[in-house]
Write a protein that binds this ligand. Sequence first.
Ligand SMILES: [Zn+2]
Length: 258
Amino acid sequence: MYLELWWFLTVPIFFVIGWVASRWDRKKNRIRKQTKLKDLEKLVLFLTEGNQNDAIELLQNIIKDYERSFYLQKALGILFRRHGLYDRALEIHAALLSMRRVESTFLDSILIDLVKDYIGAGLYDKAYQALELIEHETYYPQALELRLKINQRLKQWEPALKTLKDLESYCGKEYENLRIHFFCELIENGETEYKKKLKEKNTDHRRAKELLSNKNEISFEPGYFICNFCAAKFDYFFWKCQLCETWDSCERLSYDKS
Ligand SMILES: [Zn+2]
C-alpha cells in the first residue's frame, strides 16, 4: 500500500487539535461550574435578605439544570406559596408526588406542603383530604397543628377542642389559653353548656371573666389597637388577630379615634 509522506504530517496536527479541544471543553466546564456556584451563592443571599422575587426568578433558572432535584423543586414550591402564588405552589408540590423513587417520608413532607398550599388557597376540604394521607409519626404533630389551624379558620370549635386534646397528648404540653378561647367562642355561639366547663377552669383570663360576668367592657372598648405580634392596626378590639391569627395579641394604641 502506497502512502504519501505528507499523511504522516497530519498526525501531530490532529493531536494538537484534540488537545486544544479538550482544554477548551475543560475550561468551559470550569466556567459553567463557577457560574452555577455563583448562582447558588446569590440564591442564598436573596433568601437571607428575604428578597423573594429575585430568589424565585433565580431558582427557576437554576432548576433548568437540576430538573430531577427533589429539594430544589420543593423549595421553589415553598417560595411560590410564601409569595402568595398558591396555584403554582400546588402545581409543583403535586408534581413531586408523582416523582419516581421518592421515599415515603419525603412523600409525607410533600403532603405537609400541599396542606399548607391548600390552606393558603382556602381549599380546606382538599387540605383535610391531604392530611388524611400522612402516615409517618414524624409529621404527626405538624399535621395536628395544621388541622387545628383549619378548625379555627372554619370556626369548627368542637373539632378544634378535639384536635387540641390530641396535640396536647402527643406533645405533652397544655394549651389552656387556646381551650379557654374555644370555650368562649362556643358560648358566644349559643352553646351554653360550655359555661360550666369554663367556670371549672377558674381562670383569670380576661375574656372568660367578661363572658362569665356577662359584661362586654373589654370587647367594646373604643380606640385604636395593634397586634403585638405582626403590628397590624385595627380600629376595634380583637381576641385573635385576623392577619397573623395570634390570640391575645391585641394592645391599645390610643383611646381617641378622632
Ligand atoms: Zn397579628
